[in-house]
Design a protein around this ligand. Structure first.
Ligand code: NAD
Length: 319
């Protein structure tokens, strides 16, 4: 058994177990979703995928499975690869206007003739459960987290579970993509952390990473962060998802941190799989509940309290 496998036990407090952390978030989401449904606002999630969805299908099925387990309706809209920009934008506009639709996910990748950023920007900010709309990203910059990018929010949630005080914490974020690294840096800054962002042009990664109380890594390179690059006792939050080939011809999913060497030095570490991933889908559904509340408030103000998109659930009458 690999060292990383042997140490994945629930009693190992070094390991930030995404399945357990995600479960706590989902229990709260299920409770809120039920209350919304009882009031005539059942959260409903629509997934839009265009073209060859094989790569995304594993994520889509997982989103659907988790949503339905919490009593949340999940619908897939599949468009052929040749769907035009106008067709996809029109479908998004129709979903934006439909008060029975709470949240919209645009599955990646999309065919080359479509621009993912344009599609994400077309989703109404109140339905942007992925937190990818420029307004959602802008809210983070203004220290106002409404619906943040799910992976970034999930990664920061993992750090919060260490119990470390974030104010003044020295944190290094490795990777500065728009959807992961940059939002993590902004979320941490709004918590009061001192953040250093490293990327492919950073001259000496370990000079930075060795100073940090917490290291986030979101790059897409297996084994990039090794134990000798982190400070003893630091938290390692690994966002990378990489499929590697094994000598026996099989494959395995690993993160960007070399798990075994980092485990020996770290105070806390997230496994891959089973770390940030399961929390990400929980955050998506938490965003959906936030979206439902935003929309409910909006419509109730507009219609002076007299609007529900669905009939409120009625308690069964005793015979
Ligand atoms: P990206 O390709 O958009 O960005 C990669 C980043 O890594 C860039 O900022 C680049 O400058 C930096 N980088 C590249 N080489 C580097 C090096 N040698 N040293 C330091 N920095 C380097 O990737 P992304 O979309 O941000 O995804 C990053 C990883 O996170 C991938 O493995 C991806 O699969 C994973 N991911 C996980 C989730 C999740 O839910 N856990 C979600 C999204 C992405």
């Amino acid at each position: 058994m690999a060292l990383s496998e042997a140490r994945k036990t629930p009693v190992d407090h070094k390991i930030l177990d995404g399945r357990v952390i995600g479960e706590g978030i989902r229990a709260e989401v299920a409770r809120e979703a039920r209350a919304l449904a009882d009031a005539g606002w059942p959260p409903r999630l629509i997934s839009i995928a265009v073209g060859d969805t094989d790569a995304a299908m594993i994520y889509i099925r997982n989103q659907q499975r988790v949503a339905e387990k919490l009593g949340i309706a999940f619908e897939q809209k599949l468009f052929p690869a040749e769907a035009t920009r106008a067709e996809v934008l029109a479908a998004i506009a129709a979903l934006n206007a439909d008060p029975r639709v709470t949240g919209i996910i645009i599955q990646r990748p999309v065919p080359d003739h479509l621009l993912i950023k344009e599609l994400q920007g077309a989703v109404h900010p109140f339905k942007d459960v992925e937190g990818m709309h420029p307004a959602s990203i802008g809210n983070i910059v203004y220290n106002d987290l409404v619906m943040g990018p799910c992976t970034s929010v999930a990664a920061v949630e993992m750090l919060k579970h260490t119990g470390l005080r974030l104010q003044g914490l020295e944190v290094v974020v490795i990777g500065h993509s728009e959807i992961v690294g940059k939002p993590i840096a902004f979320l941490l800054m709004s918590e009061g952390a001192t953040v250093t962002v490293c990327h492919h042009m950073t001259r000496n990664l370990q000079v930075h990473s060795r100073q940090a109380d917490a290291v986030f890594v979101a790059v897409g390179k297996p084994g990039l962060v090794t134990g000798n690059m982190i400070k003893p006792g630091a938290a390692v939050i690994d966002i990378g998802i990489n499929q590697i080939d094994l000598p026996d011809g099989g494959t395995r999913v690993v993160g960007d941190a070399d798990y075994d060497s980092c485990y020996d030095v770290a105070g806390w570490i997230t496994p891959v799989p089973g770390g940030v991933g399961p929390v990400t889908v929980s955050i998506l559904l938490r965003n959906l509940v936030t979206a439902a509340k935003l929309q409910r408030g909006h419509y109730e103000r507009a219609f002076r309290g007299g609007f529900t998109p669905c009939a409120p659930a009625v308690a069964p009458v005793a015979e």
